[in-house]
Design a protein around this ligand. Structure first.
Ligand SMILES: O=P(O)(O)O[C@H]1[C@H](OP(=O)(O)O)[C@@H](OP(=O)(O)O)[C@H](O)[C@@H](O)[C@H]1OP(=O)(O)O
Length: 446
């Protein structure tokens, strides 16, 4: 009996071990499935993918807060410029996406065909995650300037919100304002009529830039052709093998933007993004930056380095009135577009701060060198990208500034520290401040 009972007890012990092992195996499989299929959802929060997504990159809250203000500096004014939050594709982009959806032989799971990306009624509108991004930015702004904003907003004239005349910017501004000023002390968002807008949607009102865009786009397409001859075949082989359809590199560029929209609008990285690995995404961003760096950036017409001059003139008008009467300083939050920030970055030559290799981005640029370029749209122009200028005075009443790019301090090459004498910035922008935008943009008759 003992033997039997012993063997019975042994059998029971083994059965319990096997059962425990089976449960552990099932748990492990569930955890694997979740980790490989989870669509990380955090609006404007944690990293959604390890891909770089050019101007379709979702806004990622910084890992750390900006440095605290050194003792002896008193904050007088803040001026921030934003691109709107994540938006639906423009009609132009939707046409490209429809073209991909209609490719013969396209062999993808049904749930990859997302009607939300081709719904004309939503074209270019601010998306739900765009609202979330703005709310997160506003909450962190309140945390960065807790007393300052509360005190200033007691006088509704001292904190302003300004937007370009596009729904995506207006709704970004109103969403941001609603969080920063829940008691509605401040005035309604000031919307700049497009025809008069020289500081946010400035490109449309600048004939020299519009005329130059054709040349910039032509130059970009020549360099893109060089890029495609170097990388296109490999990209096409990779993607055709996965999709089962005949593709061009332009199709792959659309697939890349679809990945960006899926992540930014739906926090979904398990569809079109599975076609890209980090290096391929960086290669596609490089292809985009050949264009953006010429149309809006440092490697296009000289006008690109001037188009933010009216904006900086307005910023310095506000800075100078703040220095004349600090308690009456007006702080302004301005909401525009990707090119608003790209023109600002180009005028400030931020590419020199953000990268170590700032030769013109060409189609034959080695990928290893390209990774060190300062002009990267996923850094400078993601959705909700923002640039801030904080104005301080020290105990001897000397003015200082700090520049923030996407909520992180930026030290200009001319400064020893990110908290820097205002005279350095004024001197750096001396050609821009006080510009006559109309004459800068006028096409000369000669
Ligand atoms: O994501 P980007 O900077 O390319 O977006 C552009 C728009 O270009 P698109 O998305 O269509 O490639 C551009 O639209 P377009 O119809 O003028 O080409 C728009 O004018 C420009 O402001 C950017 O849009 P944003 O998202 O408002 O920055």
């Amino acid at each position: 009996m003992l033997g039997n009972s012993h063997s019975g007890a042994e059998r029971t012990r083994k059965q319990r071990i096997y059962a425990a092992l089976a449960v552990a195996a099932i748990l492990a499989m569930c955890m694997w499935y979740y980790s490989s299929h989870k669509s990380p959802v955090s609006p404007g929060g944690s990293r959604l993918t390890n891909l770089v997504l050019s101007t379709k990159t979702p806004y990622l809250a910084p890992n750390a807060t900006a440095r605290s203000v050194p003792a002896g500096l008193e904050l007088i004014q803040v001026q921030h410029i934003y691109r709107h939050g994540a938006r639906y594709p423009t009609l132009g982009d939707m046409a490209h996406i429809k073209n991909v959806y209609g490719l013969g032989g396209l062999n993808v799971p049904r749930d990859w065909i997302n009607a939300g990306l081709v719904d004309g009624d939503k074209a270019a509108l601010l998306a739900e995650y765009g609202y979330h991004e703005m709310k997160g930015l506003a909450q962190r702004t309140l945390q960065r300037y807790p007393k300052f904003l509360a005190e200033r907003m007691r006088n509704p004239e001292l904190v302003r919100f300004v937007s370009s005349e596009f729904q995506r910017s207006i709704m970004s501004a109103r969403t941001f304002q609603g969080v920063v000023d829940p008691s509605n002390h401040t005035r309604p968002v000031t919307v700049l009529p497009l025809q008069e807008d020289t500081i946010l949607a400035m490109k449309t009102g600048c004939p020299v830039w519009v005329q130059g865009k054709e040349t910039a786009t032509l130059n970009a397409s020549k360099e893109t052709a060089v890029f495609d001859s170097a990388h296109g075949q490999k990209l096409i082989q990779r993607m055709e093998g996965k999709l089962g359809a005949k593709l061009t590199v332009d199709h792959i560029s659309t697939l890349y933007s679809m990945c960006g929209y899926e992540v930014s609008l739906f926090a979904q990285s398990g569809t079109w993004c599975t076609l890209f690995d980090p290096d391929t995404s960086a290669l596609m961003e490089l292809r985009n930056d050949i264009k953006y760096s010429r149309v809006y950036g440092p490697f296009g017409a000289n006008i690109n380095r001037k188009l933010a001059c009216a904006l900086f003139t307005a910023i310095f008008q506000d800075i100078d009135s703040a220095l004349r009467d600090p308690p009456k300083a007006v702080s302004t939050f301005r909401f525009g577009h990707a090119e608003t920030i790209m023109f600002v970055s180009t005028l400030l030559r931020l590419e020199d701060v953000l990268g170590t290799d700032n030769s013109p981005i060409t189609g034959s640029m080695p990928f290893s060198r390209a990774q060190h370029r300062g002009f990267k749209t996923s850094v400078i122009a993601p959705f909700s990208t923002n640039l801030g200028i904080e104005l301080y005075r020290d105990q001897r009443d000397q003015p200082f500034f700090r520049m923030l790019l996407n909520e992180q301090g930026v030290r200009l090459p001319e400064c020893h520290d990110e908290f820097c004498s205002l005279g350095v910035l004024r001197n750096k922008l001396s050609d821009a401040i006080g510009c006559d935008f109309e004459s800068v943009c006028r096409i000369s008759s000669r």
